[in-house]
Design a binder for this molecule. Structure first.
Ligand code: SF4
Ligand code: SF4
Length: 314
């Protein structure tokens, strides 16, 4: 267990997050506080938290809320904002924006927001302590999610350590696209690993996630060798990874890993679409179709018949 001395020095470590969700029930067992870390090495075309990809804070512009008052245009010290043509909502030149937030303060309509803020381990622990009673009564705890928490290794490891010292349960939600030794250290501190598995097919992975899957698969084997409890989460999109071949390959692979205790099948949804637009990155988002309810049930049954504790949804 980490010493109190280490804890004191580590609690001042800073990092970037973009959200904290209290009373979450889909990010591990019981009632949870989920902390969303900024920064992710992957670029999944269906990502529903695109504000988690870039490590730095980013400006979100919700054009539908813009009242065309142009208070933000006057407030911007970089001349990054311009009135829209023909009475359209304001536009932002992101090459000029330094993410200072002055326009957010100037906007009375909630059309602008900076996604992401710097915080400390101490602040996050204090946030988690608010719900200790709910964690203890429900078997819940804190979930580190994102983005990829381990893309800020010093920060996330210090948080996991601080939670452990206080007896607060922690789950790590990871893409697995991280350094193996960092994952080892995190896994030893976390009570549960939620591990995303997109597809077994390297070419499909490169097409839809923008990186290969070799390290992700190897890191899952690595966690298994370490004997850490893993819950695998598979996001499913029709025509991408819901076919027989990928499902069979996933089942064959996961059956070799004794530490995989449960599989969650997550049906694709378009929750990220508007966020991509608000971030000025609409071109990075690709629209897919969710598998039908019948196909989801077929996949669930295939995992169940292979002996997995499996459910649809988190
Ligand atoms: S301050 Fe807000 S409402 Fe006014 S123009 Fe800017 S974004 Fe639109
Ligand atoms: S965040 Fe700052 S630089 Fe960027 S548009 Fe707003 S006021 Fe201008």
């Amino acid at each position: 267990m980490a010493s109190k001395k280490n804890l004191v020095s580590n609690e001042s470590i800073k990092g970037f997050i973009f959200d904290i969700k209290r009373f979450a029930v889909h990010d591990g067992p019981g009632i949870r506080t989920t902390i969303f870390f900024k920064g992710c090495p992957l670029h999944c075309l269906w990502c529903h938290n695109p504000e988690g990809i870039d490590r730095r804070p980013e400006l979100l512009l919700r054009s539908a809320r813009c009242a065309r008052c142009h208070a933000c245009v006057k407030a911007c010290p970089k001349n990054a904002l311009s009135p829209g043509a023909d009475g359209d909502p304001v536009t932002v030149d992101r090459s000029l924006c330094d993410r200072c937030g002055a326009c957010v303060d100037a906007c009375a309509y909630g059309a602008l927001e900076i996604a992401g803020r710097q915080t400390t381990v101490a602040d996050l622990v204090a946030e988690a302590e608010r719900d200790r009673v709910f964690f203890e009564s429900s078997g819940g705890g804190v979930t580190l999610s994102g983005g990829e928490p381990l893309a800020q290794p010093e920060f996330s490891l210090a948080l996991l350590e601080a939670l452990k010292v206080r007896g607060l349960a922690a789950a790590l939600d990871t893409s697995g696209a991280v350094e193996g030794d960092i994952l080892d250290r995190a896994a030893d501190l976390a009570d549960l690993i939620l591990y995303d598995l997109k597809t077994m097919d390297e070419a499909v992975h490169r097409r839809f996630v923008k990186t290969g899957n070799a390290r992700i698969l190897e890191n899952l084997r690595r966690l298994n060798r370490r004997g850490r409890a893993v819950r695998v989460r598979i996001p499913l999109a029709a025509g991408v990874n819901d076919g027989e071949e990928n499902i069979d390959a996933s089942i064959r692979f996961l059956k070799t890993l004794a530490s995989v205790r449960r599989v969650d099948l997550l049906k694709y949804h378009r929750g990220g679409e508007e966020k991509y637009r608000n971030l000025g990155r609409a071109a990075d988002f690709e629209i897919f179709e969710p598998p039908s309810d019948g196909r989801m049930e077929d996949i669930r049954r295939a995992f169940a018949e292979a002996g997995f504790n499996v459910s649809i949804g988190g």
